[in-house]
Design a protein around this ligand. Structure first.
Ligand code: ZN
Length: 311
C-alpha cells in the first residue's frame, strides 16, 4: 500500500526560481489528501499527473496567501468538471468567509457540497479520520492562527500465514476471526495462539507537516518518531532575527526539531525567495540532522511499508 508525499510547491511568499508557493499531496493507498493550496496548485497537479478528482479532503495550515491563493481556482475547476461528491476543508477560522465572498462576487456556483471544518489552533486533537488514516492538528506559532497536521496510518488487517491454513485445516470462518486477532481452537481442544498464525503486523506509517512556525519545541512530543517530517526552513540561521520577527524557523532549528523528535527523515521547504540555490539551507539542517533531504517541486517521498518485527 502506497504512502507517498509529493511536493507541489516549496517556496514561501511568491513563486520564484521555478518554485511555487506551498502545496503538497499525501497519497495513502488510492486516497489523495491535499495540504495547503498556494497559487498554481492546479497547474502543478496537472504537470505532475496527479488526478485532482481523487482529492476529497484539503488541510489548510493558515490563511496567508501563499498557502491558500490557489484554492478558489481549484474549487471552481471542480465545478467546471462536474464534480458532485462532497469536499471537506479543514482550516483555522475565517476561510469559509473568504471563499464565500469570492464565490458570490465572481458569480460562481459550486456543483458539489463544500464542507468547512474549523480547526482549533491552540490544542492538538483528532480533526479527521477515514478507513486509512487519522489526522491530528499540530498547534504552531505564527503571525496568524496556524496549525500543522499529523497523518498516521490506521492498523491494517492481520495477514494469515498461508502454510498454516493447510497445515491446520483452517476454515474460511476461522480465517476471518484470526484476521481480527482471535486464537484458533483445534478439535482436540488445544489452542494455537494468534501470533503463531499471522505475519507480524504492518508498521503504521506517519507524516507530519509543520509550516509556518516560529521555532517551537511543543511540536516535538506530537511528532515523536514520525517517519517523515516536512518542516519549514525559511531562512539560514544567520537570519535568525528575521526568522523571529516574521515567526519562521531557520534550517538549523528545523534540524534541531527533527533530531529531538527522532523522526525518520526531514524534508526542507518554504524557502525564502532570497535563496536561488537552496543547498546551503539543506546542508545547515543536515549539520544537526543528517537524514535531511531537500523539498522541491515535483519530488516524491515514499515511506516503504515494513512489518513490525517487535510484535
Ligand atoms: Zn505564513
Amino acid at each position: 500500500m502506497k504512502f507517498e508525499l509529493t511536493i507541489l510547491g516549496c517556496n514561501s511568499a511568491i513563486p520564484a526560481f521555478n518554485r511555487f508557493p506551498t502545496a503538497q499531496i499525501l497519497q495513502v493507498d488510492r486516497q489523495l489528501y491535499l495540504i495547503d493550496c498556494g497559487e498554481g496548485t492546479q497547474v502543478r497537479l496537472s504537470q505532475f499527473n496527479i488526478r485532482k478528482n481523487k482529492i476529497n479532503q484539503i488541510f489548510i495550515s493558515h490563511l496567508h496567501g501563499d498557502h491558500i491563493f490557489g484554492l478558489i481556482g481549484l474549487l471552481t475547476s471542480f465545478s467546471l468538471g462536474g464534480r458532485e461528491k462532497p469536499l471537506d476543508i479543514f482550516s483555522p477560522k475565517g476561510l469559509q468567509e473568504m471563499i464565500d465572498v469570492q464565490i458570490k462576487h465572481s458569480g460562481s456556483h459550486l456543483s458539489y457540497p463544500l464542507n468547512f471544518h474549523e480547526v482549533d489552533t491552540t490544542v492538538s486533537s483528532l480533526v479527521f479520520e477515514d478507513n486509512l488514516v487519522e489526522v491530528h492538528n499540530i498547534p504552531l506559532i505564527h503571525r496568524v492562527p496556524t496549525s500543522g497536521y499529523l497523518f498516521r496510518e490506521k492498523p491494517s488487517a492481520l495477514n494469515i500465514r498461508s502454510e498454516k491454513i493447510k497445515e491446520l485445516n483452517i476454515s474460511v470462518e476461522q480465517i476471518i476471526e484470526i484476521k481480527k486477532g482471535a486464537d484458533l481452537k483445534l478439535s482436540d481442544g488445544s489452542i494455537v495462539p494468534n501470533t503463531d498464525l499471522v505475519l507480524p503486523p504492518w508498521q503504521q506509517r506517519g507524516f507530519a507537516f509543520c509550516s509556518d512556525t516560529l521555532y517551537n519545541e511543543t511540536v516535538i512530543p506530537i511528532i515523536n518518531k514520525v517517519d517523515l517530517l516536512y518542516h519549514e526552513t525559511t531562512f539560514l540561521h544567520e537570519k535568525l532575527e528575521q526568522a523571529k520577527y516574521t515567526k519562521h524557523t531557520t534550517a538549523l532549528q528545523a534540524g534541531m526539531i527533527a533530531k529531538a523528535a527522532q523522526v525518520g527523515q526531514l524534508i526542507t521547504g518554504h524557502y525564502s525567495s532570497r535563496y536561488d540555490d537552496v543547498t546551503p539551507l539543506v546542508e545547515e539542517a543536515q549539520s544537526v540532522f543528517p537524514n535531511t533531504i531537500a523539498g522541491m517541486d515535483g519530488e516524491r517521498y515514499e515511506v516503504i511499508q515494513k512489518r513490525n518485527p517487535e510484535l
